[in-house]
Design a protein around this ligand. Structure first.
Ligand SMILES: [Zn+2]
Length: 310
């Protein structure tokens, strides 16, 4: 049995998973964003309730939106101020009296896809999140490929999509990271909404845009074509670098199968290598991959130790 948390800016999800990967209990609570004591209490309460219910004291995996210093284990970036700079894993391990492993949510999603999802059985997985913004995680041979800074797989920052924007009559915007030209501002659902607002003059939800696109609306098609080009250009570069077996997609956009297929066709067209089968595919755990992957962190860590012994 494994316990898992997925910590987001607005809610904390808790899951109890059987060894076979079945979810036995799932709960949600609001994230105490600014109060560390309240944050610790929210996690401790969920754990002690589950301990009583199941009569076990399983290890805990935690998925969160942000970066982790690989040397110290301190949270270096997070949308939850209560845990910023805190050694989340080590401190919670001491408080809760069991092993706690912590990883970025996109990495956890990639692990879930690699172990039991759309990328099961393949060697190199680059999983992407097209959610509010853009994220990504890499799994190679069932493991995360190390990392020096704690920021790995973040293909939505440091880009320069300005040329594509200007060619399509769109104005560049500064990114939250401080740069201008990042895909993160354009490659998620908010980006699609932003593109369509500039193209059509109407601000509607990303689902309204994709619905209108499927119904044959010309302005929605233009927005979708620009969105697909923006995402596919940056993704094709990642394909050239990583040469992945497949790219499972998570986040809200993952439910848009036709859009994923259009992006896939553009990516394979632009990539240097030849890929006969679809690369960019909807994730099998698009909705709960962060939580599910967090529950797999201890399994991954033990296999890593086994690998070192051989
Ligand atoms: Zn950025």
């Amino acid at each position: 049995m494994q316990y898992a948390f997925d910590i987001g800016g607005s809610k904390i999800e808790f899951g109890v998973f059987s060894d076979a990967g079945d979810i036995l209990l799932h709960s949600k609570s609001p994230t105490p964003r600014d109060n560390r004591d309240a944050f610790i209490a929210a996690l401790s309460d969920a754990v002690s309730d589950a301990d009583s219910e199941f009569g076990e004291r399983p290890d805990i995996g935690i998925s969160f939106a942000g970066g982790l210093d690989p040397q110290t284990g301190a949270i270096i970036t997070a949308n939850v101020p209560a845990i910023k700079g805190w050694k989340l894993g080590a401190e919670l391990s001491a408080i809760l009296g069991r092993r706690v492993l912590v990883e970025n949510d996109a990495d956890c999603f990639a692990l879930a896809e690699a172990i039991s999802g759309a990328a099961k059985g393949v060697r190199t997985v680059f999983a992407i999140i097209l959610g509010t913004g853009v994220g990504g995680g890499i799994v190679y041979d069932g493991q995360f490929p190390g990392g020096c800074s704690g920021i790995r797989g973040e293909w939505g920052h440091g880009n320069d999509v300005t040329g594509t924007l200007i060619r399509n009559g769109l104005a560049p915007v500064p990114c939250g990271c401080g740069l201008t030209g990042c895909l993160d501002a354009w490659g998620g659902a908010r980006g699609l909404e932003h593109i369509h607002a500039q193209i059509s003059g109407n601000r509607v939800t990303s689902f309204d845009v994709t619905d209108a696109w499927r119904a044959g609306d010309a302005l929605a098609k233009r927005s979708i074509d620009i969105y697909s080009e923006l995402v596919a250009r940056e993704l094709a570069l990642m394909v050239n670098v990583l040469d992945p077996d497949c790219i499972p997609v998570g986040g809200g956009i993952a439910s848009e199968g036709l859009l994923i297929a259009q992006i896939d066709a553009l990516v394979r067209d632009r990539a240097l290598g030849r890929y006969d089968a679809p690369l960019v595919i909807p994730g099998a755990h698009a909705r709960d991959g962060g939580l599910r992957g967090a529950a797999m962190l201890h399994q991954m860590a033990s296999q890593k130790l086994l690998g070192r012994m051989h």
